[in-house]
Design a binder for this molecule. Structure first.
Ligand code: OXD
Ligand code: MN
Length: 600
């Protein structure tokens, strides 16, 4: 298959603690060891003892720095290499036999070339290091919606993060041995040299190879690489959806809960929305919001035709800067203990600190480990993160562990749009909703290297994560409207509309529940809206705005629509769809034409 195919008998017997009854897995581990030449192999069982040992080792070599044990027990700071602080989309490839299958939305390399390049990098790279074998399950161990993988890495920091982010260790290995099928992820931090860094995906082989980065999205292979890029490919073959979406439950005062899945690009507030605390009046009336997931959603039609969703992750890898008692009190409570912080600043008494934390502490040391100097660089890197188990979240839903998943009532798409796009609108049907998702645009953020604040099309927030041609992905989405499924309603929101003074017009955070309540009302057939060519928009009277201060101008913009602006937007959407050539489904192009002609 590639350079890894070697004479296995020639591999010296390594110091190893475990193994597996699954021949395909033990063969692969042996092949990887032959290629990478580690000093030892450690099979991760996910136990507390194993975790304690790895943490002691990382404390000793400085990979993890213990934080203030009174304020943040069992918590650590990790400082990554300063050139390794975000996902690297320009170094991320999808290697399919036919380039068109990867599509214009992905960087492509032929699989043989991709393997040759990566195996050249991996050759001997683990000499002097331990190779960790991490069996993991994405989703509840007993769920038919879950899928398993094995990550091989030389980074104990990755092991510690995978332990928080996935169901990792012995139970996952048992499932893998039972099923005989798993996604193979090979990772090495290499030399952390940006010139020797690639993240490659081989969807047809359910394989990932990642070299040269220790940063989350590049290195915790269960997350973006498996649960989105490889899973989106698997999902298309198997009839489900793998999406960059949070999942939350809204419980009304009568105790009924609707689940909503919402796609926003990276660093656009998914974690905050997933952990939303209702405004005071709502709380008093008995509204509650439950967190199922903050980043990834796998969903498939159930026997009743509704879409059922699981969160394949078991933890949060959240953006720290901006997380405060105002923006996300639940996240702040989550990270009070048992948390790994990456690239935050620290206070004089060794507490984690980041911009926007809004406490009365001051940073003493910045994320690079140098004395903090105002104006030199931020105390925390803008993409600084916390990794923490979801079970620590006060709003964590008990349904998050339900193997059957939760039924989705509404799907929400949203981007960072300073102009044009109103606060919320509803698609008239599934096809229109798919177009709304396909046309999503957003300003770029610090979650990936590159310029920040540039508007780009980010369909369904999957631009960096769809493991195949977007045209085929939109066809796959459209295929769910088969006359039998009872599909959720689709909405679009924009929390980021700005006024002439450059300030946000909508207060956001907890007040976003007002918009979600309107959606639930629409799902239940109670709430009103005004039909426009772009979709159904609530008038301000249709939303509960009690206690929200909004100027007349803000109201006009948030609940209005600018026909000329949308005409131009629909021209630009048309050009975007054309970039995908003949694979772009006609139904989507026709839908665009329908709306463009209604706009006149
Ligand atoms: C993330 C991202 O880490 O989208 O979730 O970058
Ligand atoms: Mn994400």
């Amino acid at each position: 298959m590639n350079a890894m195919t070697q004479d296995l008998d020639a591999i010296p017997k390594l110091n190893t603690n475990g193994g597996t009854s699954l021949q395909a897995l033990s063969d692969w581990v042996a092949e990887v060891a032959a290629l990478t030449q580690p000093d030892a192999i450690h099979w991760c069982d996910g136990s507390d003892a194993e975790s304690a040992e790895l943490i002691a080792q990382m404390e000793a070599d400085g990979t993890l720095i213990p934080l203030n044990s009174e304020t943040h027990p069992n918590s650590w700071l990790h400082r990554s290499h300063p050139d390794d602080v975000a996902r690297v989309e320009h170094l991320t490839f999808v290697c399919t036999s036919d380039q068109d299958d990867a599509g214009p939305n992905n960087h492509w390399m032929a699989p043989a070339d991709g393997h040759a390049k990566m195996d050249g990098l991996f050759d001997g790279c683990m000499r002097g290091r331990t190779m960790y074998v991490i069996p993991y399950c994405m989703g509840p161990i007993e769920s038919p919606l879950s899928r398993c993988g094995v990550e091989i890495t030389d980074s104990p920091y990755v092991v510690a993060n995978m332990r928080l982010m996935t169901r990792m260790g012995a139970p996952a290995l048992e499932r893998i041995e039972r099923e005989g099928r798993f996604v193979r992820g090979l990772h090495s931090i290499g030399e952390l040299d940006p010139n020797r860094r690639f993240i490659m995906h081989f969807p047809e082989e359910l394989t990932i190879k990642s070299y040269g980065s220790g940063y989350g999205g590049n290195a915790l292979l269960g997350k973006k690489c498996h649960a989105l890029r490889i899973a989106s490919h698997q999902a298309r073959q198997e009839g489900w959806l793998a999406e960059h979406m949070l999942i939350l439950g809204i419980e009304n005062p009568q105790g009924q809960t609707h689940y909503i899945a919402a796609a926003f690009p990276s660093a656009c507030g998914k974690t905050n929305l997933a952990m939303l605390i209702p405004p005071e009046g709502y709380r008093e009336a008995g509204w509650k919001v439950w967190t199922v997931g903050d980043d990834i959603c796998w969903m498939r039609p159930g026997a009743d035709g509704r879409l059922y969703a699981i969160n394949p992750e078991a933890g949060f890898f959240g953006v720290a800067p901006g997380t405060s008692a105002k923006s996300n009190p639940n996240a702040l409570k989550c990270v009070q203990r048992n948390t790994i912080f990456t690239n935050v600043g620290v206070t004089a008494d060794n507490q984690p600190w980041w911009e926007g934390i809004d406490d009365d502490q001051q940073p003493a040391v910045d994320w690079r480990g140098e004395p903090y100097e105002a104006g030199k660089r931020p105390a925390a890197h803008p993409n600084a993160r916390f990794t923490v188990s979801a079970r620590q979240c006060p709003s964590y839903s008990s349904e998050a562990e339900n193997p059957a998943g939760v039924p989705i009532s509404a799907i929400v798409f949203g981007g960072r749009r300073a102009s044009l796009v109103p606060l919320v609108f509803e698609a008239r049907d599934w096809t229109h909703g798919v177009l709304v998702g396909a046309a999503m645009g957003s300003e770029t953020t610090a979650a990936a290297t590159g310029q920040v604040g540039v508007m780009r099309r980010d369909p369904m927030a999957m631009k960096p994560f769809c493991g195949y041609n977007f045209a085929d992905y939109f066809s796959h989405w459209l295929s769910f409207d088969n006359g039998q499924n009872k599909l959720p309603k689709i909405f679009h929101v924009n929390w980021f509309r700005k006024g002439a003074d450059g300030k946000f017009l909508w207060p956001g955070f907890g007040d976003n529940l007002r918009v979600l309540e309107w959606m639930v009302g629409r799902v239940e057939g109670r709430a009103n809206a005004v039909d426009t060519p772009i979709g159904a928009i609530p008038s301000e009277a249709d939303l509960n705005l009690e206690g929200v201060e909004l100027s007349d101008d803000a109201r006009a913009v948030l609940f209005g629509y600018d026909r000329d602006g949308w005409k131009a937007e629909f021209d630009s959407i048309g050009e975007y769809l054309e970039e995908y050539g003949p694979r772009m489904p006609e139904a989507l192009k026709d839908e665009r034409v329908r709306i463009a002609s209604e706009l006149g």
